[in-house]
Ligand binder design. Structure first.
Ligand SMILES: Cc1cc2nc3c(=O)[nH]c(=O)nc-3n(C[C@H](O)[C@H](O)[C@H](O)COP(=O)(O)OP(=O)(O)OC[C@H]3O[C@@H](n4cnc5c(N)ncnc54)[C@H](O)[C@@H]3O)c2cc1C
Length: 386
């Protein structure tokens, strides 16, 4: 397994559970717990932890009971019942890692893969430190900038969507009561002029409640994306700048724009977030997911814009289906991979198209109606609800 984030851990766990021996090669030298972001949970995402590990959903996620839309003055314009659940990235990562350790999977930090190749029935990888390893199958789960994808499908490039998602997380006790109250027990949206923002609660490892938010903003000036993607040290990133690395002047400008453009509770939430981070919205649509004994899953394969909130769910579903496909010893590995690929291509291309459509409606057409259900879902809108 190349990549030890949510896709890699999901696949490693499902494969271990069906009897495979798995090594996870992760380039980061430390556990990935500090990625400050929330995930809208999906039954596919929680399936391993509930069905295989016997965890209660409350052990790694929180529920809300309302979907709410706020108007420009911060008043509630519409509200309806909802059954979405939300998890902190760290809660999923920690739970999946604990499970992998219990199952005897090996997780190697500081292992950056630089080359892959299939020879006969064996896949080989080379690492940046000059070592290498091999196995029956190599799974590329190394994210949107996937080295494995670039090596096996060099013509596939992310397509820019023309807007960015600003994201952040703030402890709820840093929000004054007047800002927190309109957001409580809800996922809350505000539809803006060719933009939108949403926020929902997540829980930190120590039990603190936090507020995750995502503000989708169109790029309007030439060179704007390049400016957003240049970090504090002047380094230009390809598609995203991590929390803590965004230039202070951009953080200050975002807070000022929040004051001008957002309803007061959301302006307070964004303005008080010390380390927001930014990601360019892209679609990635590879023509294949299997080449020889190498396959791609998670963001290393298809990348959908986040409006359907199903990237992690897609990774978990692909992982589950891969383990199922490989679990029958009577089926040759190539045949099993071909069957898995057909299903994963259908899943990925449909999700990318549905998410792109949702993004175009909100950011280009301005046709996302206040009050409508969010486009969350993996195979169809609405299948994320519990
Ligand atoms: C704004 C936004 C909101 C989102 N919200 C949701 C949501 O609500 N619900 C949902 O289901 N999904 C959501 N997603 C999608 C989700 O974040 C990802 O799709 C999902 O977590 C899959 O991640 P991954 O493991 O494939 O990739 P990543 O998390 O990027 O992990 C890739 C890993 O590979 C490692 N790596 C990279 N290159 C190498 C190499 N050469 N050698 C070794 N290791 C390497 C990296 O260090 C990293 O740990 C959202 C995404 C965005 C941008």
């Amino acid at each position: 397994m190349v990549g030890g984030s949510l896709a890699g851990l999901s696949a490693a766990n499902w494969l271990c559970a069906t009897g495979w021996e798995v090594d996870v090669l992760e380039r980061a030298c430390e556990p990935l717990v500090d990625r400050g972001a929330g995930i809208v949970l999906h039954p596919a995402t929680s399936r391993f932890l509930t069905a295989q590990e016997g965890l209660a959903l409350d052990a790694f996620s929180v529920a809300v009971d309302h979907l709410r839309y706020l108007g420009p003055d911060g008043s509630v314009v519409t509200e309806r019942e909802s059954r979405f659940r939300f998890a902190a990235y760290g809660a999923l990562y920690r739970s999946l890692r604990r499970s992998l350790e219990r199952r005897g999977g090996r997780y190697v930090h500081g292992a950056r893969v630089t080359a892959v190749r299939t020879a006969g029935r064996t896949a080989h990888v080379a690492l940046a430190d000059g070592t290498g390893t091999s196995g029956q199958l190599l799974v590329g789960a190394d994210g949107v900038h996937s080295t494995v994808r670039r090596l096996i499908l060099p013509d596939v490039e992310p397509e820019l969507g023309g807007y960015v998602a600003w994201r952040g997380v703030l402890d709820e006790d840093e929000l004054p009561a007047h800002a927190l109250r309109p957001l409580e027990r809800a996922i809350t949206y505000t539809i803006l002029d060719h933009a939108h923002i949403l926020t929902y609660p997540i829980q930190a490892a120590d039990g603190r409640m936090r507020r995750n938010w995502v503000w989708y903003r169109n790029l309007t000036a030439p060179g704007e994306l390049e400016e957003l993607l240049r970090d504090r040290d002047g380094e230009r990133h390809e598609l995203s700048v991590a929390a803590g690395a965004v230039r202070q002047q951009l953080v200050a400008a975002l807070a000022a724009e929040a004051d001008r453009e957002l309803p007061p509770p959301l302006a307070t939430l964004v303005g008080r977030t010390a380390t927001p981070f930014v990601q360019a919205m892209v679609d990635v649509t590879p023509p294949h997911l299997v080449v020889g004994r190498v396959c791609l899953l998670g963001d290393a394969g298809f990348v959908a814009r986040p409006h359907a909130a199903a990237g992690t769910a897609k990774a978990a579903e692909e992982a589950w289906l891969l383990a199922q496909a490989l679990s029958d010893p009577a089926v040759e590995l190539e045949e099993a991979l071909a069957g898995w690929e057909r299903g994963a291509l259908d899943l990925g291309s449909a999700l990318v198209a549905r998410s792109r459509r949702a993004g175009e409606r909100a950011q280009r057409e301005g046709s996302w109606n206040v009050g409508e259900p969010p486009p969350f879902g993996l195979r169809s809108t609405g299948d994320s609800e519990y």
